[in-house]
Design a protein around this ligand. Structure first.
Ligand code: SF4
Ligand code: SF4
Length: 269
């Protein structure tokens, strides 16, 4: 599996033919391309930038489910199919409306809409893990009227639940559907509350935080730990990091780069 040089040239050619100029709803990056762009400019400020690489060559359905389960477990993400008390059971017809997702899998046509014709069939059926891209230029941050969502210096786009007024502007601003709104009290649907992370309440927005709370404790993100090597996480500004090494070696794509968001989740296909 995986894209070789010939396939890369074919896809890049198709993009040009289709008038995408190599930058369509996804952007195909050559091995080492990110490396070249990371050369510090004279006078550049010191800093860190967290990024993730999802290696689709190593990700099967079972591993993708394990990653999502690990994430949702340590962040007390509610499962509306499974209430703590049977009396809170919901009508199956409305459950989807309430769904909260931090990390989830989609096939290629949903992850990279409009780009299907450019991708080999074998790749289209893979479980692409989707999450907040921790965009360098995040529209969700720009539109939030209360600064409840903000970008840290290390690139993590955070949520402050206490400042969130539930206007959902950030959801409208995010082109990746990476945010979920608590339409109802999630607490009755968190079976085993994980003590290391707060539960939320009705009326606030939430999403992946690159496990900022775990990083603060010197731990890798929960999904990375559960991924059996399929997810790589690290500092893009550290040339010795595994993320940089990986991006030097493989072709990668990112989602909807034509929007100028500069997402920090890369996919090896
Ligand atoms: S993926 Fe969406 S929620 Fe995450 S930083 Fe980008 S715009 Fe914001
Ligand atoms: S980085 Fe953490 S919060 Fe984000 S998807 Fe992975 S486990 Fe979930």
């Amino acid at each position: 599996m995986g894209i070789d040089r010939r396939e890369f040239i074919r896809i890049a050619g198709l993009s040009t033919l289709l008038g995408l100029g190599g930058k369509g709803a996804f952007e195909l990056l050559r091995p080492g391309q990110v490396e070249a762009a990371m050369e510090p400019a004279p006078g550049a400020l010191e800093g860190k930038r967290w990024a993730m690489v999802v290696n689709m060559q190593k990700l099967d359905d079972a591993t993708a489910s394990k990653c999502a389960e690990a994430c949702h477990r340590v962040h007390n993400v509610p499962d509306f199919h499974s209430p703590k008390d049977p009396k809170d059971a919901l009508d199956p017809a409305v459950i989807n409306r309430y769904e909260i997702k931090w990390l989830w899998a989609e096939h290629f046509h949903n992850a990279f809409p409009g780009e299907e014709q450019e991708m080999p069939e074998k790749i289209k059926a893979l479980p692409f893990l989707l999450l907040c891209n921790h965009c360098n230029n995040p529209p969700c941050v720009r539109v939030c009227p209360t600064k409840a969502t903000f970008r840290r210096d290390d690139g993590i786009v955070m949520m402050d639940m206490h400042r969130c007024i539930g206007c959902r502007f950030c959801m409208a601003g995010c082109p990746y559907a990476a945010r979920s709104f608590n339409w109802r009290d999630p607490r009755p649907f968190v079976k085993d509350v994980f003590p290391g992370y707060p539960t939320r309440e009705i009326g606030v927005v939430e999403k992946c935080t690159f496990c900022a709370e775990r990083l603060a404790q010197g731990l890798m993100p929960a999904c990375v730990e559960a991924s059996r090597g399929a997810l790589v996480f690290g500092d893009l500004l550290d040339e010795k990091s595994k993320v940089r090494e990986t991006l030097k070696k493989y072709f990668t794509i990112r989602r909807k780069t034509h929007l100028g968001t500069n997402p920090q989740v890369y996919y090896i296909v």
